[in-house]
Design a protein around this ligand. Structure first.
Ligand code: PHE
Length: 341
């Protein structure tokens, strides 16, 4: 085709294309197609290099004119687009607030567990963990729950069907004590956080799964006084200087003597509420001196060493700390709740 014809053809084609521009996207496509560095116009300029020398001046002039023409027309069409833009025809409302982006954060239970770990690692405790599907031996037997012993009913257990042996969803983190002692010689001083399961009726106070942090300290001459001192230190760090503690004698097969520790109910200030069962006190942990039978099970010499253990419920501590009155909130993952922490 003659170059001059091509110039004319491009002019016609581009002019009619300009008439169809409706949006800024259209305008951009037009610009890419005709006016950009690889566009149709640039290609014609490229071809100009190949035409016979004597034709160059005339053709070059026509091409330059076409360029000025198209650039001006394009500019005009694009400016006119503004007057029928989405903002003016109502399809785009710039006054609508933008979408809010939420920042992620740690779940309040994770925050609470981290705080507990911090408090105890500061006084020399290490961290250990164990399996959530636990064998009967570690969850019960080595902890001095003999088979068929009624103490097994203290914790409503989820049993796991298995050909290989007796397994349960661990009912407490105390089994990790056994695993730690099996694998380490005394002294040991560890915290063992984790999820535990109990087949209990779900209510504001209890859920079928929850979290505990277990503590264990075994060495020569560890005393009950040290246990009390450590727990008092913890309560002051975790709550405040004024937190009141109460040690109630209790029973656990794996500790002797055993106690349960209560803290004064911050939610009602001791007057009584549904969380503290109208007693003014809230149980936060079980504890005691490691039972000699446990030492026997892990082949520690019970005449050489003594130790204390404690296990606390993370949900319970978080409820108290944040003044929440229903444990189920921790598991519903409602962002309106979680965003407050
Ligand atoms: N494992 C006990 C419970 O789940 C708590 C506990 C831990 C008690 C360690 C004594 C020593 O209730």
């Amino acid at each position: 085709m003659e170059m001059l014809e091509e110039i004319q053809k491009l002019k016609d084609e581009a002019t009619s294309a300009l008439g169809t521009l409706k949006s800024t996207d259209d305008a951009e496509n037009f610009r890419l197609r005709y006016l950009s560095r690889k566009g149709a116009l640039a290609q014609l300029f490229e071809k100009l290099k190949e035409v016979p020398k004597e034709n160059k001046p005339a053709l070059g002039k026509s091409l330059n004119e076409l360029r000025t023409f198209l650039e001006n027309e394009f500019e005009t069409s694009r400016n006119n687009l503004g007057s029928k833009s989405p903002t003016s025809d109502g399809s785009l409302d710039l006054s609508i607030p933008g979408r809010k982006r939420y920042t992620g954060r740690k779940h309040p239970l994770t925050q609470t567990a981290d705080e507990i770990k911090r408090i105890f690692t500061n006084i020399g405790f290490g961290i250990a963990d164990g399996p959530e599907i636990e064998d009967d031996y570690h969850n019960f037997e080595a902890l001095n729950f003999p088979p068929d012993h009624p103490a097994r009913d203290m914790q409503d257990t989820f049993f796991v069907k298995s050909e290989e042996g007796k397994y349960v969803l661990r009912t407490h983190t105390s089994g990790v004590q056994i695993r730690v002692m099996e694998n380490n010689k005394p002294p040991v001083r560890v915290m063992m956080p984790g999820r535990v399961y109990r087949n209990e009726a779900i209510s504001a106070r209890s859920y079928c799964l929850f979290h505990q942090v277990e503590g264990l300290y075994v060495d020569k001459n560890v005393s009950l006084a040290e246990l009390k001192g450590t727990i008092a230190y913890f309560a002051k760090e975790f709550f405040n200087e004024e937190a009141k503690l109460r040690f109630r004698p209790s029973y656990f097969p794996f500790t002797e003597p055993s106690a349960e520790v209560d803290v004064n109910c911050f939610i009602c200030g001791g007057k009584g509420c549904k969380i503290c069962k109208y007693s003014g006190w809230l149980e936060i942990m079980g504890c005691g001196m490691v039972d000699p039978n446990v030492f026997k099970a892990v082949k520690y010499d019970e005449n050489e060493v003594s130790g204390y253990a404690f296990g606390m419920g993370i949900e319970r501590l978080a409820l108290l700390r944040y003044g929440i009155d229903d444990i189920r909130l921790f598991f519903e993952n409602d962002l309106r709740f979680l965003n407050q922490f």
